[in-house]
Write a protein that binds this ligand. Structure first.
Ligand code: SF4
Length: 233
């Protein structure tokens, strides 16, 4: 968290869960707020108090480029998908149900058009090289975990899958993913968590489906890139 910045303000982030607390948002119509909530269930939304207070002209927010850059817009979703999510919210669906609907919509958005979860992972003599991506010839990209977020998300961001996919996993799945990344087998994970190896396999399969990853190397890479790597005891 940033403290004592220029004017003594503390950094504060807003998401789909608390953006209604932003005083300036009171100027928006209820329909506009609901649009933000609907799209924000599917695509990542984070804005901070500096952007809100210093960069957006709230007297003309409808035409303000920074408002459009940071606040989800209705047109970001296909109309049918938008209506599906809006109806689910209106019907009072719970968080898990909304997440399932969101996942279905996200998968239709082709989050990994170049198979980057699997194709960009360099190996040396069969071993995955943690923290490195290899997308271009003679170029290695290093992605420190601490750098894999932004203090405000752009509505056009091509990295949106990175920001939302982790949140699609349950606590148990994250736990298992940590152990998979640590090199544990299903049997070992089952013993550690006191569940059967078949349950571990089911969780592994579910994670691969949610993340659109088709092998263990891809899961390990995802865990590394999202800071949930776990070493062996
Ligand atoms: S990665 Fe770039 S485009 Fe995406 S939210 Fe961060 S600053 Fe915006």
């Amino acid at each position: 968290m940033l403290k004592n910045t220029g004017e003594g303000k503390e950094y504060r982030a807003f998401s789909v869960r608390n953006f209604r607390q932003i005083p300036q948002v009171e100027n928006l119509s209820e329909e506009e707020k609901k649009n933000i909530e609907t799209v924000g269930q599917v695509l990542p939304f984070k804005v901070n108090n500096y952007v809100v207070d210093e960069l957006i002209d709230w007297g003309n927010y409808k035409n303000d480029p920074i408002f459009h850059l940071t606040f989800p817009q209705k047109g970001m979703l296909d109309r049918k998908d938008f209506n599906t999510m809006a109806s689910a919210i209106d019907a009072g669906k719970n968080r898990m149900e909304l997440r399932e609907i969101a996942d279905t919509i996200r998968h239709k958005l082709n989050p990994h058009p170049a198979n980057q979860m699997e194709m960009n992972v360099p190996e040396l003599e069969g071993e995955i090289l943690p923290g490195v991506q290899h997308k271009y010839r003679e170029t290695a990209l290093f992605f420190p975990t601490a750098g894999q977020t932004c203090h405000s998300y752009c509505t056009f961001c091509f990295r949106w899958p990175q920001f939302v996919l982790l949140s699609s996993l349950s606590e148990r799945e994250r736990e298992i993913l940590q152990l998979i990344a640590g090199g544990y087998s299903n049997k070992e994970i089952g013993e550690k968590l006191s569940i059967s190896h078949r349950s571990v396999d089911t969780h592994r399969t579910n994670m691969m489906r949610k993340l659109e990853i088709h092998n263990t190397a891809g899961l390990v890479s995802f865990a590394i890139n999202n800071g949930i790597m776990h070493g062996r005891d």
